[in-house]
Design a protein around this ligand. Structure first.
Ligand code: ADP
Ligand code: MG
Length: 329
């Protein structure tokens, strides 16, 4: 079973940022409103995520670390209509199979905190009492210590840390209500404070993430049709930070179809290849998208791809047509 975990780990755990992604998504699924991410040496040495979420009861600590144990899918119907970010139940198992992982947790309804420790391939999870406030801390040390081939693919501390920073920017733009703190080698690097879920909040959060210029100069888009709703900000001229972020039902996605539609609208209008910067949110009926395409869940498949593409194309076409500033000099 541990070998299977290591194979699965290859898909889910590519680098420190993929560990951070899985762990932060778990924190969000657990209803956390405050998440702290501590990184040492680009994540090679330590990745620690602390949240104030619902926690894991003592009896489920070991289960949380085993493969295909998820508390999030209850019926087959859930698979069609997934609301939580994780649902495969393999992230913790995969991560612990290639690291030294400590899981500490205290649900509010439980008086004491407990911790579980798992190291590498042998799945002898030790459970013992510990001290922890309500919520969960997961500490991942010495990533890939037992898989030298994979460790070789780790880049410099700085590069790996940049990937983590970039990932947290994307997450910060998907959940305005969450406070996120990021430290590297014990120094605070980012501090995203909670903002309201409306446009005013979005502008503040985007300013925290992508700089003030983007949110204040970006064109605001808002368009709905046939069960699809698109809103967000587009900046025709590239900014220094050049964010190109898209979210589908609140999940960050790197979707070719969406990107293609945006580009096409811009190129038609300006008659030149142009890559705008954007932060866009698309809402679709969850039954119309399949998020189960790739284990790392960056990709979606739309059941009605053409419809979605053309809807986005039109929405952006209308926006750029209304903007004088876009006419090329
Ligand atoms: P999945 O997220 O797909 O269910 P994971 O391996 O990521 O699988 O996590 C396994 C289980 O551990 C989750 O289903 C959840 O019950 C529990 N869990 C993991 N992280 C947390 C957390 N930060 N807070 C509360 N529960 C958690
Ligand atoms: Mg998960």
């Amino acid at each position: 079973a541990r070998l299977a975990n290591q194979i699965a780990a290859g898909e889910v755990v590519e680098r420190p940022a993929s560990v951070v992604k899985e762990l932060v998504e778990n924190s969000l699924d657990a209803g956390a409103t405050r998440i702290r991410v501590d990184i040492e040496r680009g994540g090679h040495k330590l990745i620690r995520i602390t949240d104030n979420g619902s926690g894991i009861v003592k009896d489920e600590l070991t289960l949380a670390l085993s493969r295909h144990a998820t508390s999030k899918l209850k019926t087959l119907d859930d698979l069609e209509c997934i609301n939580s970010l994780g649902f495969r139940g393999e992230a913790l198992a995969s991560i612990s199979s290639v690291s030294r992982l400590t899981l500490k947790s205290k649900p509010a309804q439980q008086n004491e905190a407990w911790q579980a420790f798992a190291e590498g391939r042998d799945m002898a999870v030790q459970v013992q009492p510990t001290a922890h406030p309500d919520g969960t801390t997961i500490e991942v040390k010495d990533l890939f210590f037992n898989t030298p081939a994979r460790r070789k693919f780790l880049r410099t501390e700085k590069t790996e840390f940049n990937h983590i920073d970039e990932l947290l920017k994307r997450i910060a733009l998907s959940r305005f209500d969450i406070a996120i703190t990021l430290t590297h080698n014990a120094k605070v690097v980012r501090q995203y404070r909670p903002v309201s879920a409306d446009d005013a909040g979005a502008v503040k959060r985007i300013a925290q993430v992508a700089g003030k210029g983007f949110a204040s100069q970006g064109m605001h888009l808002q368009s709905g049709d046939q069960g699809l709703y698109l809103h967000g900000w587009i900046m025709p001229q590239q900014t220094q930070t050049e964010p190109q972020y898209t979210y589908v039902n609140g999940r960050m996605m790197r979707d070719k179809l969406i990107l293609h539609a945006i580009r096409q609208a811009f190129e038609e209008h300006t008659q030149q290849a142009q890559v705008p910067a954007f932060v866009l949110y698309l809402e679709v009926d969850p039954r119309q998208v399949d998020v189960n395409v790739h284990p790392a869940k960056h990709e979606v498949r739309f059941h009605q791809a053409r419809l979605v593409h053309d809807f986005i194309l039109q929405a952006v076409q209308q926006l750029v047509a209304s903007e004088q500033t876009l006419i090329p000099q």
